[in-house]
Design a protein around this ligand. Sequence first.
Ligand code: GLN
Length: 542
Amino acid sequence: MISQKEKLKQMYKEVKEKNIKFIVMTGGVLSGLGKGVALASIGSLISNDLKKVPIKCDGYLNYDPGTLNPVEHGEVFVLDDGSEVDMDFGHYERFLNITCNGKQNLTMGKIYKDIIDLEREGKFLGKTVQLIPDVTNFIQQSIFSIALSQKADVVLLEIGGTIGDIENELYFFAVKEMARYLKSNIFNVHLTYVPEILGGEQKTKPAQTSLEKVFHRGLQPDVVLCRSKKRIDASCEDKLGVFSGLSSDKIISAEDVKNIYEIPLNFKKQNLDDIVCDSLQVPKNQDFDVFKEKVEKITTNHKNSKIKTIGICGKYTKINDSYASVIEAINHASTFFDTKTIVKCIDTENVDSETLEQIDGFIVPGGFGNRGVDGKINIIKYARENKKPFLGLCYGLQLAIIEYAKNVLNIKECNSTEIDSKTPNPIIKILPNQDLNLLGGTMRLGAYEACLLKGSKVFSLYNSDKVSERHRHRYEVNPEYHKHLEDDHFVVSGKSPDGSLVEFIELKDHPFFVATQSHPELKSRIVNAHPLFVGFLKAVNL
Ligand code: GLN
């Protein structure tokens, strides 16, 4: 049996032979500066002919982010393979037009669990297992094993949290080791913060302190990205150049932008593409103009005085991060139209008719539990009766079915067992023998196929009779009610390939009333907007 140390040595050899490059993103001063978006933006400057593999290292002890509260942590992003990952993966997939898998999200919980399993299997050959070097070596092994198994050309390695957080220290140590061995094949980016005090003066002290912490951990940044309100001025560049030991062209401004897709454009203007690609000896992205055109369309639309307002009706209305992918998907689809699209989060526990009248199209997104459900059902009824465009996503489909069954089909007291466990008409329920993936509890997670009804709206939007979308739910439309559901207006327009599960519904005689059991928003990309969202916005813009 080879030792873990030997195993890591062999991996280094392979990583070097394969010439795999690493871009490492660390963050300082405070959290929430957007390391994921910044790293995805850098990735978008590199050639699409290379296999770009993002890896995110989180410090917390949860095995995966699936059970984290979206208010605390932002939306849970689901991948094709059913993994529930950090929402930064949404940025990676959207910016880079790639598909990720769950192994790419490392957490300290995962690292510790795996290493303790190895210890129990006797893989440490009776030696003491220590944080340094064993856990730090294991972190490197975990990173390399993802890079090698995915045949990465460039790894985009994001270290979560803020430099100085105890829970992320071992990752920093691992990165220091990687820099020691990989030399010019690793490119370090430190994202820091330059605040502005009253009068508009930009202050570099917090950034200086975060750089000191970077050096203290044995790391040398190759560029420093400065989050700031406005573009950082020349004196800041000089000062931070002195403190980081870099020429001032390597001090890059990452000022606030209206739309996150402007960030790669902003980086490119400051020649960050040349700096990164020259240093790592990789080609630049030749298709960048396609991306740029889309972003420019969003920016010009933003100036348009013709406005359309989309209402996202949910219970997490305080931070937009809870519905990040839905908002992104709307953004992507908006590039096909000439109006400014505004997204409003509607708190379904407090809706008034005045608010509803201002909305041009309604989205009822995914959700859990019964808080705010009555409000959501009322909104669906309003959209149906007033012929306002409606798009239901997951819970949105289930509630649209309950609304129609109650108010049109007269199926009395029908409900989802999630809302009323004793309902006499459980039109939505957990099915017996449901093929559930136990990892995330009892949810149906990840990509599943659906067959679409020829001639339906969804069929024409997707332009296909077979589609694959990502899922994250527990409850299903009860098959005992399938036959009751369809009437002259209501169409089950998509089912699972064996016909047992409802995947899409729609109403005839309505400009746009479509709902799906899946989360199509998770697959929308800026250069590849999702057809359901395009169809929805088309109806909104009619
Ligand atoms: N709560 C519903 C279910 O579990 C819907 C889930 C969702 O919208 N993601 O089936």
